[in-house]
Write a protein that binds this ligand. Structure first.
Ligand code: BGC
Length: 460
């Protein structure tokens, strides 16, 4: 017995993909990541981002064509601070003109731009002044934001101030995997605080220029579980959940950033959200680890069961989207965009199933009345994956992209996602085209038909 069904998404739902400047532009030679790559030993096989997807050479036009042909009606990209303000206080109109052209190109193709103002990179001059450990960076960021919004704002409704502040803070200042490669908890907390103030300053700056702008930030959320039930492990889980997933978001509603042994009043951050962005990828197992005091006695590993991602990225568990949407919407009371969601999968072996399971989870959240407004896939074309560089295992694109030849090849998922975008719906027919029958049956098992139970006649 087969049943046909359609998971219809709300009218006006935004469908598209997300990218970030340093990962796609190529030739960014004035930011912290460039210096980090040059130093060697930090990126997979000492690679540098090189030409990336050559967007700075103009290839965004052909990639936007690809997205439009696949019925995307939105695209999230970021502007590169070090291009726009190459020296402190000097702004480059030519760089701004390129971004204006990207926005116009998206609009011409019927795609709503979402513009991210900070996605992991900083100008070198800012880093020399201590980067986000320096409280003055908040004002410098606000000044940069003002210039960008005055130049580009007429054609932009959706602004994303900062991408994944807690990833930036923890990778750069606790785990040492991103520049500046530090391992210092106090520095990480300072960075988180300044990024929160930076977000607030950006919010107020944008709204002062354009009260109709819709401003949010993209928050990376992790699904978490413990290896086995034990109070110590739950304590560890609660700590990661509170520091990594929750503190930054809660500060927006309470006006106070609560970190372990540190509470900071941030009244200017209260109510600085028109929407919240969710970046979601993995589930981790968190346990108490007595020998790592510098990491707060925590250990975070990929669970043994489930689908393991490459390297140490964690378990690929799309169903976690629902819980994260629920928590973010309940906590902020704001509409939500899934600003990133995807899977490292060069052979496209998992991506279609991942997409179906992820969108089923998003749809479930919508059915529970959580105001999800859009879904932006990470990512459009394979690109420079930070510390993983061009590691062949870390290919996230709907299109494969060879960084040497710049040749793009659509993965089968691209067409499936295009079908979903076009229909504004996930239908059983599409799912059947996307995944094998046994996977379909496992996802939608139905109820076996049993003979009716007949009750014995009543005795009189
Ligand atoms: C980041 C992206 C990155 C993606 C995949 C996200 O945390 O925002 O820049 O490429 O994850 O790892």
């Amino acid at each position: 017995m087969t049943v046909d069904f359609t998971m219809q998404f709300p009218a006006g739902f935004l469908w598209g993909a997300a990218t970030a400047a340093h990962q796609v532009e190529g030739g960014n030679t004035n930011n912290t990541w460039y210096a980090w790559e040059q130093a060697g030993g930090r990126v997979y096989q000492n690679q540098t981002h090189g030409l990336a997807c050559d967007w700075w050479g103009g290839r965004y036009l052909e990639d936007f064509d690809r997205a439009a042909e696949l019925h995307h009606n939105a695209h999230r990209f970021s502007v590169e601070w070090s291009r726009i303000e190459p020296e402190e206080g000097r702004f480059d109109d030519r760089a701004l003109a390129v971004y204006a052209d990207m926005i116009a190109a998206l609009r011409a193709r019927g795609m709503e731009p979402m513009v991210t103002l900070h996605h992991f990179t900083d100008p070198l001059w800012l880093a020399e002044q201590g980067g986000w450990t320096n409280a003055q960076t908040v004002d410098r960021f606000a000044r940069f934001v003002r210039v960008v919004v005055e130049a580009l704002g007429a054609d932009v409704r959706l602004w994303c101030t900062i991408n994944e502040p807690m990833v930036y803070a923890s990778q750069g200042y606790l785990l040492g995997r991103f520049p500046p490669g530090r391992r210092n908890l106090g520095a990480m907390f300072r960075v988180a605080e300044h990024m929160l103030r930076g977000h607030a300053a950006a919010y107020h700056t944008i709204k002062a220029i354009d009260p109709d702008a819709e401003v949010g930030f993209a928050k990376h959320q992790l699904s978490l579980k413990t290896p086995f039930p034990h109070a110590l492990h739950y304590g560890a889980l609660r700590l990661v959940r509170s520091v990594f997933n929750r503190a930054f978001v809660e500060a927006i509603t309470t006006g106070e950033l609560r970190l372990p042994r540190r509470r900071v009043r941030v009244p200017e951050a209260r109510d600085t959200l028109d929407w919240i962005g969710l970046n979601y990828y993995y589930r981790f197992q968190v346990s108490f680890h007595p020998f790592s005091p510098r990491q707060l006695f925590l250990r975070q590993t990929a669970p043994r069961d489930g689908i393991r991602g490459p390297g140490d990225v964690g378990e690929i568990w799309p169903e976690g989207l629902f819980e994260q949407i629920k928590w973010l919407c309940q906590t902020t009371g704001k509409p939500l965009y899934v600003t990133e969601n995807g899977v490292p999968d060069p052979d496209d072996a998992l991506r279609r199933l991942h997409l179906v399971r992820s969108l089923r989870s998003v749809w479930k959240a919508i059915m529970h009345n959580y105001p999800v407004r859009g879904y932006l896939y990470w990512t459009l074309v394979d690109n420079f994956e930070w510390a993983e560089g061009y590691d062949p295992r870390f290919r996230f694109g709907l299109f494969a992209c060879d960084p040497d030849t710049q040749e793009r090849t659509p993965r089968p998922s691209a067409a499936i996602y295009g079908e979903i975008c076009a229909a504004n719906a996930l239908s059983s027919a599409t799912i059947r085209r996307a995944i094998p029958e046994d996977e379909f049956d496992a996802l939608f098992p139905g109820v076996p038909v049993r003979p009716q139970v007949t009750l014995p006649p009543r005795s009189t």
